[in-house]
Ligand binder design. Structure first.
Ligand SMILES: C[S@@+](CC[C@H](N)C(=O)[O-])C[C@H]1O[C@@H](n2cnc3c(N)ncnc32)[C@H](O)[C@@H]1O
Length: 311
């Protein structure tokens, strides 16, 4: 059937986790295809922390095993130790990107935490006519979030070419490629209002049945690029009117979150907004950002802490 081969394009996140030959095995270790010791897990933990800032908890052993198993298979290694030795032997090996791609979690959805898009739309009305609006979507995953921002802009300005741009970045090159294609399984659109689906997507026919593609006008509003929030230099320049950094801070420890927030602050316009995920309150950064509620923040006034009343 025509859908064959489409799943790789429209797969929302990643291939399903590799399965162990669980069958009748009493212990996972006995059933494993590859040797994986606690020391290997610790090595993975420290490498992904160094490279991506991602803090993996003790409970993530099975997740690490299943996500990296595909890489061992592809490269013909029999143990995690061999794989990690090979990885560490060359600090610039392209395998590092594969390693990172395998370990990121890319869960996302169109209009996830929908209230944020409503708040942005209200603010756009206030900004309108004043300047070209710039939005940075800092962990854009497979693209649903930046395209939701693009839809919000088109609606707010009642124009297919609003005076605005969205820069969408992510560390994971696989999800960026999916985002750039802008092709999604129809199931990904189930919670999007039918009016928006009609207006902003082209339904696939023939070989593309079951998929939808974002309209070229929407695609043109977003530019995608790889950016690691941990890198010492970011290939973006401010000022941004809005920074979306949602559902990625949870993977970082508090000092890493703090360093990123310190770097966001000067990139955000004085009247700009910072959006974080629903479980990512910036309680440890109140000198930098002031909460407006609903995990939306604005810059504190220079030199003043969170309790300072605004002029
Ligand atoms: C759970 S998704 C969140 C997607 C979207 N922001 C949302 O809220 O729906 C987290 C994303 O953060 C990205 N990520 C993880 N570590 C990162 C880093 N150090 N720099 C940039 N992106 C990172 C992952 O690749 C993944 O796509």
């Amino acid at each position: 059937m025509a859908r064959t081969g489409m799943q790789s394009i429209s797969a929302p996140i990643r291939p399903p986790a590799e399965k162990h030959a669980a069958g009748n095995c009493a212990h996972a270790d006995a059933c494993r295809e590859f040797a994986f010791t606690p020391a290997d897990f610790e090595r993975v933990r420290s490498l992904i922390y160094e490279r991506a800032g991602i803090s993996l908890s003790e409970q993530k052993q099975e997740m690490v095993y299943s996500r990296l198993a595909r890489r061992l298979r592809a490269l013909g290694h029999a143990s995690y130790r061999d794989y990690l030795d090979r990885l560490e032997a060359d600090a610039h090996s392209p395998e590092w990107q594969e390693f990172i791609n395998a370990l990121t979690t890319n869960l996302t959805a169109f209009f996830r935490e929908a209230h944020h898009f409503e708040i942005l739309a209200q603010r756009l009305a206030a900004w309108s006519g004043r300047r070209r609006v710039r939005i940075w979507c800092t962990a854009s995953s497979t693209g649903e979030e930046p395209y939701s921002l693009a839809m919000t802009l088109v609606e707010a300005y009642a124009s297919w070419s609003p005076p605005a741009e969205i820069i969408a970045t992510d560390l994971d090159t696989t999800v960026l490629a999916t985002a750039e294609r802008g092709v999604y399984a129809m199931e990904r659109l189930e919670k999007v209002a039918p009016e928006r689906v009609r207006r902003f997507f082209l339904k696939g026919t023939g070989a593309n049945t079951g998929r939808a593609k974002v309209r070229a006008e929407l695609r043109a509003l977003v530019s995608f690029q790889r950016l690691n929030l941990l890198d010492p230099a970011w290939p973006v320049t401010g000022a941004f009117d809005a920074i979306f950094c949602r559902n990625v801070l949870i993977y970082f420890d508090k000092p890493t979150q703090r360093r990123i927030m310190e770097r966001f602050r000067p990139l955000l316009a004085a009247d700009g907004l910072l959006f974080v995920g629903h479980s990512e309150g910036l309680y440890h950064c109140t000198d930098l950002f002031r909460s407006l509620g609903k995990t939306v923040y604005e810059r504190t006034r220079a030199g003043w802490g969170a309790t300072e009343a605004r002029a």
